[in-house]
Write a protein that binds this ligand. Structure first.
Ligand code: ADP
Ligand code: F6P
Length: 321
């Protein structure tokens, strides 16, 4: 193996740049040539790639976003689009591909393996932490830290005004951003798609909290449940005397300088991915399980059923008395 390519795909995540740097520099150390593909699978279809040297990835370890840009590329989901991508890979004599992305991007890795026998590995890069085979995905830690910083500010003003704050966070169908934000932000309530909720119970809890002398109340809401605005309307309908404010944190959660945890993951994932390619192991993904870097067959990884962290969820309620 002499030539590898790397791309970032799907929603960007803090730490993607640090990971591009790790893959590039480790591969260069091993005597490989490295090519960066622009805008995910779209760049493969459009023949848009450039050689990456050690200096091409200078000064990016601390930057959010991705220097390679990213895209959602519906054309790649069809065999015709994949054939175009393969033509580009062949044209540049690329032997193997590193894909940094989430669930959807990994389907692309799977298709390249199944439909063309092409050597590709996946690195989990998404703020959502919704890949069940790995404890953490690249970008999740930074994103939660951004949410925590926002909560700190919001709590100040909520306390001054004796208000209840509903804070909506991202995560698609996964509640992990909300779960960890609520736990670490000392929220009173968390609503996540994994646990059904009862609006009357939430309303009653708000009343009890006020009786207990709490002068601010934070509800962290995962976007996969409903919108902050809708929840506010429902709660105000039941409890018109209480004062609510809702905040949707939005794309602030996707940017920013990666945390220490994400930079460490970026280095470890990047190095392991290149090692796998050099060992000729294709169609695999890297991850972290019980603090150890792992790799797994992509079919096996995608079939993993997640176990919702019920203990963490319960701790949020117990600790918010
Ligand atoms: P993420 O990787 O963050 O989950 P998406 O779900 O948007 O983001 O997927 C990113 C890209 O991965 C898609 O735009 C598409 O190019 C590719 N992709 C998604 N699903 C498939 C699929 N079933 N087969 C091939 N490629 C796919
Ligand atoms: O998958 C990452 C994510 O940020 C989700 O949490 C969110 O639902 C979605 O992407 C937002 O997508 P867009 O950037 O297209 O608005």
């Amino acid at each position: 193996m002499e030539r590898i390519a790397i791309l970032t795909s799907g929603g960007d995540a803090p730490g993607m740049n640090a990971c591009i740097r790790a893959v590039t520099r480790f591969a260069l150390n091993k005597g490989l040539k490295v090519f960066g593909v622009e805008r995910g699978y779209q760049g493969l279809i459009d023949n848009d790639l450039r050689e990456l040297k050690a200096r091409s990835v200078s000064d990016i370890i601390q930057r959010g976003g991705t220097i390679l840009k990213t895209a959602r590329c519906p054309e790649f989901m069809k065999i015709e689009g994949q054939q175009k991508a393969m033509d580009t890979l062949k044209k540049h004599r690329i032997d193997a591909l590193v894909v940094i992305g989430g669930n959807g991007s990994f389907m692309g890795v799977k298709d390249l393996k199944t439909n063309f026998g092409f050597n590709a590995v996946g690195i989990p890069g998404t703020i959502d932490n919704d890949l069940q085979y790995t404890d953490f995905t690249l970008g999740f830690d930074t994103s939660v830290n951004t949410c925590l910083s926002a909560i700190n500010n919001i709590r100040d003003t909520m306390t001054s005004h004796d208000r209840i704050s509903i804070i909506e966070v991202m995560g698609r169908k996964c509640g992990d951003i909300a779960l960890y934000t609520a736990l670490c932000g000392g929220a009173e309530t968390v609503l996540i798609p994994e646990v059904p909720y009862n609006i009357i119970d939430i309303s009653n809890k708000l009343n009890h909290n006020a009786e207990k002398g709490k002068n601010s109340d934070i509800i962290v809401l995962a976007e996969g449940v409903c919108s902050a605005q809708d929840l506010k309307i429902m709660l105000k309908g039941i409890n018109p005397k209480l004062s609510f404010r809702s905040t949707t944190l939005g794309h602030i959660q996707r940017g920013g300088s990666p945390s220490m945890a994400d930079r460490t993951l970026a280095a470890n994932f990047g190095v392991r991915a290149v090692e796998l390619l050099m060992e000729g192991k294709s169609g695999r993904v890297v991850g972290i399980k019980n603090n150890a870097i792992i790799d797994m067959d992509i079919d096996e990884a995608m079939a993993c059923k997640g176990e919702f962290n019920k203990a963490l969820y319960e701790r949020i309620n117990i600790l918010s008395i």
